[in-house]
Design a protein. Structure first.
Length: 240
């Protein structure tokens, strides 16, 4: 991004909003030049006109520019680092079986955010809803029909990993994603490739039976129970 436009975003982040005149003063630029950069940022949906403000009792109201939600992506965060520390801490204080149970519980909690009854949908309608749900959470997902050796089904592809940089070290996150996909699809899937394995995406395969219903691709996963409160309580007692 151009240095001036980056600085404009920083100023708006710091101030909560600014007029052209205020930006021009801070940038030490002519207002016409500032407007040029604002037009580009507005076209990229990074800023918007938040309100009109009048300075004093005379003169025309001035537009106050502010950041949009999309602009947040241009500011650093430490979510990946925090997630890595949390997973590492869990693995240090909990037995492996309880760590796995905790991540299955998280997968079920995430799946409960779906606002439609997936079991009432036909397979392709369900896949549409699952894909939309995953994309809203940054997975860049899509599905396609699959047919091979007389068998039919669907492949669900996820082209982005929201846990990139953390899942390489902690396979539990990949297992949680697999559990989430299985819960959303209503059947255990077969994971045929992963980004952790240097593939371009994670792919999950589910097959159709003769009636056109989804069938399980492997053994059903263990039921995920809400174990997090019990685990936290148990370890609080242990270190007391």
């Amino acid at each position: 991004m151009h240095a001036v436009r980056k600085r404009i975003l920083e100023i708006l982040k710091e101030t909560g909003g600014a007029t052209v005149a205020e930006l021009a003063e801070q940038l030490e630029m002519a207002p016409v030049s500032v407007r040029h950069h604002l037009d580009i940022l507005q076209g990229d949906n990074l800023i918007c006109v938040d309100r009109l403000e009048r300075k004093g009792n005379v003169g025309r109201p001035q537009q106050v520019y502010a950041l949009t939600d999309d602009a947040n992506e241009y500011f650093p965060d430490n979510f990946a680092g925090l997630a890595g520390h949390l997973v590492r801490q869990m693995k240090q204080v909990l037995p492996e079986a309880e760590v796995q149970a905790a991540f299955r519980s998280m997968a079920r909690t995430i799946a409960q955010e779906v606002d439609v009854d997936l079991d009432e949908l036909e397979p392709e309608e369900r896949l549409d809803c699952v894909t939309e749900f995953l994309n809203a959470r940054g997975y860049l997902a899509r599905w396609e029909h699959w047919e091979e050796a007389g068998q039919e089904g669907y492949k669900l592809h996820k082209h982005n990993c929201p846990y990139a940089g953390v899942s390489d070290e902690h396979s539990e996150l990949c297992a949680m994603d697999k559990a989430l996909v299985d819960i959303l699809l209503g059947q255990p899937s077969e994971r045929t490739q992963t980004m952790a394995g240097n593939e371009r995406c994670c792919t999950y395969l589910v097959r159709l039976d003769a009636s056109g219903s989804l069938i399980a691709s492997d053994a059903a996963p263990a039921e995920a129970v809400d174990v997090m409160p019990q685990l936290i309580l148990a370890n609080d007692i242990a270190v007391a």
